[in-house]
Structure formats: structure tokens, C-alpha cells
Design a protein around this ligand. Structure first.
Ligand code: 6GU
Length: 252
């Protein structure tokens, strides 16, 4: 998996990319991360301006199309395959584990981070990016969202997470569609709180059953939105629509 990050703040990524999971994935050749400064493609050679005031007035600044489009095209041309272009924006489709799995299916992702009040609309029209939001709250830029995507996607690259069984059992994975069960380690007792005895029993069938029940109960209590007894509904397809009631039809 190759990530190309397009940003106005390349320094924000040095700490994250140097961090353990991603660092190890890069060191073992499973993941590549390339950071590009959008400013380097500014047509304004003197002041390297990348943004401007919005037509029609209003607060804030808008990212210029004549800066972002050449930057994306130049980065796409750096390898023989252009990659899948993701635009980080609160207006995008919501990131879920299903979307993470889709993204992990591409060999190369370009992550375009915005700042200011947003992108000139023509950037969308010309590049038709896959617009993604990481949730319904306001971030001051797409950079932290790009890090979220790199973290979640690189975990699904084969070999990145040590135990190949590991990530499948995380919350929201296919085998664990709800929340993960409660975990305990030593000591057996702390401030009067003890480890459930079934976990000490060595009876693997009973342990598996306890964990399954614990997972279902937690999901029901904490995330009723995910909960159906047979597993959660798919979250990334459009909601099922009820056929509109026929006027004048009597209900039996
Ligand atoms: Cl991807 N960008 C910004 N600026 N805000 C967000 C977001 C992205 N996702 C949620 N809020």
C-alpha cells in the first residue's frame, strides 16, 4: 500500500509517520508514505499563495483550483498507476470499517487535505474525488482525518498487524460486528475487583460463549444503533426505504 498525502502542513505528519505501527510497516516494506506540500504547486512563484477570498464575499479563504489540480496531477504521475483520490472533507461519506475495507483494496491512495473554508468547487468537478468525512464534528483541517485513514487502512494490509487473527476480532470487523468483549489481565484481584471466574477456567468453549454474550450485551447497552440480535445492519449502504403507504387502501 502506498499513501500520498497532499497537505499545506507536511510537518504535522512527521510525528505520526515516525510512530510504531506505521513505522514498522514502512520499515518492513509493506507500506510507503509520501508527503507532498500543496504550496510547491502554487502558480504564484513569489508568495506561494494557495488560497484566496471567496467570490461573493464571506469569511475565510478558499483553496485555489489552479494550485490543487496541478498538485494532484503531478503526484498521480509519480508512479505508473494514478491511485484512488480521497478528499478529506466534512461533506464526504462517513468513514466506517466497511469504507476502510474498500480503501484497503486499492494499492495506492492519495489523501487530499483541505484547510481554510474549503476547496474551490471546480476541484471536485475536475478530479471527482472520493469525498470522506471521519464524523459529524468540525476539524480545522483534513490532516488528522488523513492520519485516521492511514492508521485504519494500514492495519488491514497483510503482515502489518502481527497476529493475523488479531484485527478480525476487533470491534466492527466481520467476525465481531458489534463491540469487543471485556478483557482482563493480571492481577486477578485489584481493589476488590476480581476477574470473572470463567476466564480462569481453561474451558475454551465456555470462555468463547461468555465473550460472545458479553459482546452482544455491551453492544446493546452502548450502541443500540448497531444492535440487532443477528448482528448490525450494514452501515454503508443506503437505508432501506419503506414503500409509501397507498392512499385509500384499507389495512386489514
Ligand atoms: Cl475529513 N475534514 C474536516 N475539516 N472536518 C471534518 C472531517 C474532515 N471529518 C469530520 N470533520
Amino acid at each position: 500500500m502506498r499513501f500520498d498525502v497532499l497537505t499545506l502542513f507536511p510537518e504535522m505528519f512527521s510525528g505520526y509517520v515516525g510512530q510504531s505501527l506505521l513505522r514498522r510497516a514502512i520499515d518492513s516494506g509493506l507500506v510507503e508514505v509520501h508527503i507532498h506540500n500543496i504550496r510547491d504547486w502554487s502558480p504564484d512563484k513569489k508568495h506561494k499563495k494557495v488560497d484566496d477570498r471567496p467570490y461573493g464575499g464571506g469569511p475565510g479563504m478558499v483553496l485555489r483550483v489552479d494550485c490543487v489540480v496541478p498538485c494532484v496531477e503531478a503526484v498521480q504521475a509519480m508512479t505508473d498507476q494514478p491511485g484512488h483520490l480521497v478528499m478529506l472533507t466534512p461533506q464526504g461519506r462517513r468513514l466506517t470499517q466497511t469504507v476502510v475495507r474498500q480503501l484497503a483494496g486499492y494499492p495506492r491512495l492519495l489523501l487530499l487535505c483541505g484547510r481554510y473554508e474549503g476547496f474551490d468547487e471546480r476541484i471536485r468537478l475536475l478530479l471527482a474525488p472520493d469525498e470522506i468525512s471521519i464524523g459529524d464534528y468540525v476539524l480545522s483541517g483534513g490532516e488528522t482525518a488523513a492520519m485516521v485513514i492511514m492508521d485504519a487502512v494500514s492495519r488491514l494490509v497483510p503482515g502489518v498487524v502481527g497476529d493475523p487473527e488479531g484485527p478480525q476480532w476487533d470491534s466492527f470487523s466481520e467476525q465481531m460486528p458489534g463491540l469487543e468483549f471485556a478483557q482482563y489481565t493480571r492481577p486477578r484481584e485489584y481493589r476488590g475487583l476480581t476477574v470473572p471466574s470463567v476466564l480462569l477456567s481453561g474451558d475454551h468453549a465456555r470462555i468463547a460463549q461468555w465473550r460472545q454474550e458479553n459482546s452482544v450485551e455491551r453492544t446493546r447497552m452502548r450502541r443500540a444503533d448497531l444492535f440487532t440480535p443477528s448482528g448490525p445492519p450494514p452501515t454503508d449502504s443506503p437505508p432501506e426505504r419503506q414503500p409509501p403507504e397507498q392512499p385509500g387502501q384499507a389495512t386489514p
